[in-house]
Design a protein around this ligand. Structure first.
Ligand code: 5GP
Length: 194
C-alpha cells in the first residue's frame, strides 16, 4: 500500500537492529484517515470471504481493526491482556510473548463473542515473530471458529512470523513489508495487497 509505505518512509524511525517506531501515526498518536484507508484496503481483500468477526489484540491493533470492521460492517473484538472484575464469564485464554515488551502475558476473549459459526479475520499493527497472531489463532481454534486470514499493517519480513503463519494455512495480507533495514534506510519487499 503506497500511502502506508510513504508514511513509513517519512515518519518511521529505526531503533536498533529490528524495531520500527511509528508512534506518530499508528502505535501512540493515531492518524484516523490513514487507519480508515487501511481498514478499507483489508476489507477490499476479504469482502467476499464471508468474514463475520474481526479480532485483534490490545492496544495498537485496535485502530486498524476497528476501521476494517466498519468497512466490512461486522463487529471487532480485541483480546484483553489483563483480566478485570467485569470479565466474569467463561474466557478463552492463551499466553503471548511480547516482542517489544519482552514479557509473556495472558490474553483472553470472552467465549460468548466467538462461536463455531464465526469466520474470523485477524488484524494487527506489526508482524515480527508471529507470537501475537499465533496466540489469536489459538483463541479462535479454542472457540471452534474458523480463522480465514491475517491482515498486518507492517510486516518485518526478515523475522519468522510470516512463515509461521503461512505454515498454519491462513491467508496473509501485509500492507507494507519491510525486507531489511540497510544503512539506516527501510527496504520494502512487495506487499501482499498488490
Ligand atoms: P510478534 O508477536 O509478531 O513477534 O510481534 C508483534 C507485536 O509486537 C505487535 O503486536 C506489536 O505490538 C509489537 N511489535 C513487533 N515489532 C514491532 C516494531 O518493530 N515496532 C513496534 N512499534 N511494535 C512492534
Amino acid at each position: 500500500m503506497k500511502l502506508l509505505e510513504d508514511r513509513i518512509n517519512s515518519d518511521g524511525r529505526i531503533l536498533g537492529d529490528n524495531i520500527l517506531k511509528v508512534d506518530n501515526f499508528l502505535t501512540h498518536q493515531v492518524d484516523y484517515n490513514l487507519m480508515k484507508a487501511i481498514g478499507k484496503r483489508f476489507a477490499d481483500v476479504y469482502k467476499n470471504k464471508g468474514i463475520t468477526k474481526v479480532v485483534t489484540i490490545e492496544a495498537s491493533g485496535i485502530a486498524p481493526a476497528l476501521y476494517t470492521a466498519e468497512s466490512l460492517g461486522i463487529p471487532m473484538i480485541f483480546a484483553k491482556k489483563a483480566k478485570n472484575v467485569t470479565m466474569n464469564e467463561e474466557l478463552l485464554t492463551t499466553e503471548v510473548f511480547s516482542f517489544t515488551k519482552k514479557v509473556t502475558s495472558t490474553v483472553s476473549i470472552s467465549r460468548k463473542f466467538l462461536s463455531s459459526d464465526d469466520k474470523v479475520l485477524i488484524i494487527d499493527d506489526f508482524l515480527a515473530n508471529g507470537q501475537a497472531a499465533l496466540g489469536l489463532l489459538k483463541l479462535i481454534e479454542e472457540a471452534n471458529a474458523q480463522a480465514v486470514g491475517v491482515g498486518i499493517v507492517i510486516e518485518k519480513s526478515f523475522q519468522t512470523g510470516r512463515q509461521l503463519l503461512l505454515d498454519k494455512g491462513v491467508q496473509l495480507t501485509s500492507l507494507a513489508r519491510i525486507g531489511a533495514f540497510e544503512g539506516g534506510k527501510i527496504v520494502f519487499a512487495p506487499a501482499d495487497d498488490v
